[in-house]
Design a protein around this ligand. Structure first.
Ligand code: CTP
Ligand code: MG
Length: 395
């Protein structure tokens, strides 16, 4: 009979070493959250019955957004340490009685389906097995002053990864014993299993299966990702709307109190409209009016972040990335400066880029012409988009 296999995907950590922003398991890599990659591998693996995520109580919204459409269990809330999170996950699996449990760090998005097979096979054979890689650097032991006291024979050394795979009942019993003995300091399940007296075996790990830990890890990945997108394109966009009666304007997705409103199609956010056209321009993919005709009543009063999201999705659908967005707003009033950072944050949030890739500038029109007479407002934008090489140049 095939064995029942469950996997815990651990995502209850805070990612303190990986720098600011959302916890690292929800940061985007390749346009999707880190956690989604391993959940997809497990969820589509024919030998895995149950995929049980373990998350932090504060991350519910991030989790829901990250797993849309995937085959996963309702998440369990983890604990203050990795070990406590594993125990919470194991307890949640207890009623479904899997034979084998895999424990995986959500912070390792690059595992392969073949590694999952090796983990299951090894656990079925030995009851406790972990992916391991030989150490290629020579390893030294040093004293408090950094002086070498010993050179270790590296032939016997391994670095280990997840998924670690165990007989479910044995791992659960070991975790319960550790908790009863007030041992809370095990950083992986193999260490806990060794402490509990289990023999832990190894199988071949994968060098690509690294754990994303530091801000540099993410920076390096982003650099590699951009390097794979050599077709660099710039698009420009322009928009103008008239002022009319009202008490606020919406610019760059931010509501700004003002003694006039901007009139026009949708919420008349000239900054976002110019950005949408800039992105569509970089893609040579029509303009905002061709995708959202002003004659269509469904766009009346629409919030323009929808249009920007649409343009961003068109970039993702081409396998590309937005490298930079730059917008200039021209009006006598309201003053944009005090709202500049809020607008940058908002645009970055909608576009799924970091705020250092969004510029917002403003100028008056020196009281000249229709802008100077406060009859209208203008925005100019450029977007720099990186795409995979697609060939197809006109001769
Ligand atoms: N983890 C967990 N519960 C905890 C701590 C960690 O589920 N209380 C998970 C993390 O989400 C991660 C994995 O265990 O997927 C490995 O831990 P680590 O790389 O240390 O992640 P963090 O604890 O989030 O990062 P940091 O130590 O930098 O804060
Ligand atoms: Mg940690």
């Amino acid at each position: 009979m095939p064995q029942k296999v469950a996997v815990l995907v651990l995502a209850a950590g805070r990612g303190t070493r990986s720098g600011g922003g959302v916890p690292k398991q929800y940061r985007p890599i390749g346009g999707r959250p880190v956690i989604r990659a391993s959940l997809e591998i497990f969820g589509s693996h024919p030998r895995i019955g149950t995929v049980q995520p373990v998350v932090h109580a504060d991350d519910e919204a991030l989790f829901v957004a990250a797993v849309a459409g995937l085959r996963v269990q309702e998440p369990v809330i983890g604990g203050a340490t990795r070990q406590a999170s594993v125990l919470a996950g194991l307890a949640a699996l207890e009623t479904s009685k899997p034979d084998i449990v895999l424990v995986h760090d959500a912070a390792r998005p690059f595992l392969s389906s073949a590694l999952v097979d090796r983990a299951i096979d090894a656990a079925a054979a030995t009851g406790a097995a972990i992916p391991a890689l030989p150490v290629t650097d020579t390893v030294k032991v040093v004293d408090g002053e950094g002086r070498v006291t010993q050179t270790i024979d590296r032939a016997a050394l391994r670095t280990v990864q997840t998924p670690q795979a165990f007989d479910f009942q044995k791992l659960l019993a070991a975790h319960r014993r550790a908790a009863e003995s007030s041992r809370q300091d095990f950083t992986d399940d193999a260490a806990l299993a060794e402490w509990a007296g289990l023999t832990v075996t190894t199988f071949e790990g994968e060098s690509r299966n690294m754990k994303l830990t530091t801000a540099e890890d993410f920076a390096k990945l982003e650099e590699e990702e951009f390097a794979r997108l050599p077709d660099i394109r710039t698009g420009m966009g322009f928009d103008v709307h008239a002022f009319g009666p009202g008490d606020h304007v919406t610019l760059g997705g931010v509501r700004i109190a003002h003694d006039q409103a901007i009139t026009g199609h949708s919420d008349a956010d000239v900054a976002l409209h110019a950005l949408v056209d800039a992105i569509l321009g970089a893609l040579a993919d029509g303009d905002i009016g061709s995708h959202f005709p002003p004659s269509d009543p469904q766009w009346r009063g629409a919030s323009s972040d929808r249009f920007l999201r649409f343009a961003v999705e068109r970039v993702a659908a081409r396998g590309g990335r937005i490298a930079h967005l730059d917008v200039s707003i021209v009006c006598e009033a309201p003053k944009i400066g005090p709202h500049r950072d809020a607008i940058r944050q908002r645009i970055a949030g909608i576009a799924g880029v970091t705020v250092d890739r969004v510029a917002v500038k403003a100028t008056t029109n020196e009281q000249l012409g229709f802008i100077g007479r406060r009859e209208g407002i203008v925005a100019y934008a450029t977007a720099t988009v990186r795409l995979p090489w697609s060939g197809g140049h006109a001769r």
